[in-house]
Design a protein around this ligand. Structure first.
Ligand SMILES: [Zn+2]
Length: 291
């Protein structure tokens, strides 16, 4: 079970400090109590920005025995890792790591904001002391629904099982997907599709020993009366799909219903005999790349 902790408000479709405070005061406590009810060990990927705004949020998660990882520094679309080169990525990773480690102690697990990475990212992670990335969604196909989706076409051929990149100490621990990603958004938009997706992943895991990696966001448990003014991407097709339709779908089952649905995901996993582990603990079980 993995969670991305960021100040992005799904309701107003942008990052703001108010959401960061709500994630700390409302979202995280609810999520943590659900995890402790079922003995779920999890990894929480924090943006440097959120760590700076509410450092107490890191203490809270850590006190509950979960792992703290890094979700980049900023979550703004224009700051995505696939838009910047190696040196800039190293700088961003160093500054995010520094601010998160102030409260977390040493961190080693990474997931890119909006799952956007490029060929420089793994080398930059290696250089800055990270031991795993979890930004790849094998065989997920977003079509025109997300930003950077052309680059994400590489996912169609990416490996389904965790592996260590050649000449690197960084492992890839993919987010479970099969056309659709096994994440909170899919769960909220269509609980029945998500349930079916879970069954497929369980069956695959039993056959290939692949871990099932689910992604949730504490901001999905939040309620908010504010509404977004749709973004205006210049490309018309992207405006209709990525701005309007996507925003509408992403609003489904936010707040308390998201937690009820997540509880069902956990209960089903436990009922099927799965054990919840933190990413850094799982990382130790992945064989190193042959030199
Ligand atoms: Zn994120």
């Amino acid at each position: 079970m993995t969670s991305d902790v960021e100040s992005f408000s799904i309701h107003v479709n942008r990052c703001d400090p108010e959401t960061a405070a709500k994630v700390y005061r409302e979202g995280l406590p609810k999520l943590l109590s659900l995890y402790s009810k079922y003995d779920v060990a999890s990894t929480f990927y924090f943006t440097g920005e959120l760590a700076e705004t509410v450092p107490e949020a890191i203490d809270l998660v850590k006190e509950n025995g979960h792992e703290i990882g890094c979700h980049g520094y900023s979550h703004e679309v224009g700051d995505a890792f696939d838009l910047i080169g190696f040196d800039e990525q190293v700088r961003v990773l160093e500054s995010a790591k520094k601010v998160i480690e102030k409260n977390a102690g040493r961190i080693e697990s990474f997931r890119a904001p909006a799952l956007r990475i490029n060929r420089d990212t793994i080398r930059a992670l290696d250089k800055t002391g990270f031991s795993s990335d979890s930004s790849v969604c094998p065989q997920r196909f977003d079509g025109p629904f997300t930003f950077g989706s052309k680059k994400k076409l590489a996912w169609l051929v990416s490996k389904r099982k965790p592996f260590v990149y050649a000449d690197s100490g960084v492992a890839e621990i993919p987010i479970s997907a099969l056309l659709l990603p096994y994440i909170g958004t899919t769960m909220r938009i269509s609980p029945s599709t998500n349930k079916l997706l879970g069954k497929v992943h369980y069956a695959e895991s039993r056959r290939t020993d692949k871990p099932v990696v689910f992604l949730f966001h504490p901001n999905e448990c939040l309620e908010d009366s504010r509404r977004a003014t749709p973004r205006r991407t210049k490309n018309f097709v992207q405006h209709i799909f990525a701005d309007r339709l996507r925003q509408k779908m992403k609003m489904k089952n936010l707040g308390p219903s998201s937690l009820k649905l997540l509880e069902q995901v956990i209960v089903r996993a436990k009922g099927s005999g799965f054990e919840f582990v933190r990413v850094k603990d799982y990382r130790k079980t992945i064989p190193e790349a042959a030199q």
